[in-house]
Design a protein around this ligand. Structure first.
Ligand code: UT7
Length: 328
């Protein structure tokens, strides 16, 4: 039996910066080629925030678009949950800056740190707040300004990442539409396969800068292997746990990190090519923003419509991973 939802996604929105950085632009910066990037990752371009465009600006724009889509006023929002690894300041939370920018005066605002899986973690929190009666109108936002922590001297990572934000409004479910289930997991033993050593409190700030520790460090091949296994497992698990079957899935929205990982996940779930959502070619890897941007685009382009079932699945630093089954 398919599980009955307690909460639903009633609106989505996204925000993409204007400046486009193509593979050909990167060929001029590091020793790489468009061909290598496209065949190894599926990425053709990514978008980079303007100098004065903060993570909170991108998130605020995405949030306003999601509120418009849901027909919910900003005053009604009771929680703002923000997933990001590129917050505006050391503290307070980026959520509090977004709260100010959109005027959500009645909300509690806080950030969560689960890297690329952050939006799924946030969705699970929103679903549980609503299920427990503690929340009614929740904004879940994933937003990143990864260009700030991308090392444009490291060809192994700089070709991958882009900036952007996506948001969803989560409200109590009124019918069979909604979040059918969520799953999250992490393996902290692998915390240094993908991390930024500097700019925390472990390493003095000057040392971080002198040794280029204020940038993303990734052991790509190991992360790749773990991602293929974990995302496949997470997608299969959420389908089974919610009582769905592969043929019930109308769209598979995977974290857009690498086209080969997306295809491997789809193969595990036995979802045909036309049901696999991909926008990695345009935006690259936008970490926590990847799933909500994809979900928004899939809805707005009518690749998925109301009452259809979406499987969301993400993987990222931590290592963290997770999945959600949603009847939209
Ligand atoms: O969002 C969070 C999760 N992140 C991910 O899921 C990312 C997972 N990892 C990946 O997507 C892939 O590992 C990468 C796309 C990062 C790398 O692809 P790969 O097929 O695993 O390549 P590799 O790291 O094993 O490198 C293969 C070769 C190396 O050269 P040698 O040692 O074979 O001579 C690299 O130096 O490719 C070289 N290389 C490049 N060549 C041209 C690495 N980066 C580049 C580049 N351009 N940009």
């Amino acid at each position: 039996m398919i599980l009955k939802p307690k909460s639903m996604i009633s609106g989505t929105g996204s925000a993409i910066p204007k400046k486009k950085l193509t593979n050909f632009d990167l060929e001029k910066i590091v020793d790489t080629t468009d061909e290598w990037i496209r065949t190894r990752t599926g990425i053709e371009s990514r978008f980079i925030a303007a100098e004065d465009q903060l993570t909170s600006d991108l998130c605020a724009e995405a949030a306003i678009n999601a509120l418009d889509d849901a027909g919910v006023s900003v005053e009604e929002i009771d929680h703002i949950i923000v997933a990001s690894i590129t917050g505006d300041y050391g503290f307070p939370s980026t959520a509090c800056f977004i709260q100010e920018k959109i005027g959500a005066v009645n909300a509690a605002a806080f950030d969560i740190a689960a890297a690329c899986s952050g939006f799924i973690y946030g969705l699970r929190m929103a679903d549980s707040l609503i299920s427990s009666g503690m929340g009614k109108n929740i904004l879940v936002i994933g937003g990143e300004r990864l260009s700030t922590i991308t090392d444009y001297e490291d060809r192994a990572t700089c070709v991958l990442f882009g900036d952007g934000a996506g948001a969803a409004v989560v409200q109590p479910s009124v019918d069979d539409r909604g979040i059918l289930g969520t799953f999250i997991k992490s393996d902290g033993r692998l915390n240094k396969l993908l991390y930024m050593p500097g700019l925390g409190t472990a390493i003095p700030p000057q040392q971080s800068i002198d040794q280029r520790l204020n940038y993303i460090k990734m052991t790509g091949r190991e992360v790749f292997k773990n991602a293929v296994t974990a995302m496949g497992d997470a997608a299969v698990k959420i389908i089974k746990d919610t009582g769905l079957k592969s043929e019930d899935v109308d769209i598979l929205i995977s974290h857009q990190a690498n086209m080969r990982i997306i295809d491997a996940t789809a193969k595990r779930v036995k979802v045909p090519a036309e049901k696999i959502f991909k926008n990695i070619h345009k935006f690259g890897n936008t970490s926590a923003a990847s799933i909500p941007i994809a979900l928004d685009e899939a809805r707005k382009t009518k690749m998925v419509t109301d009452n259809q079932v979406a499987i969301l699945v993400a993987f990222g630093a931590g290592l963290t991973w997770g999945s959600a089954a949603v009847r939209l």
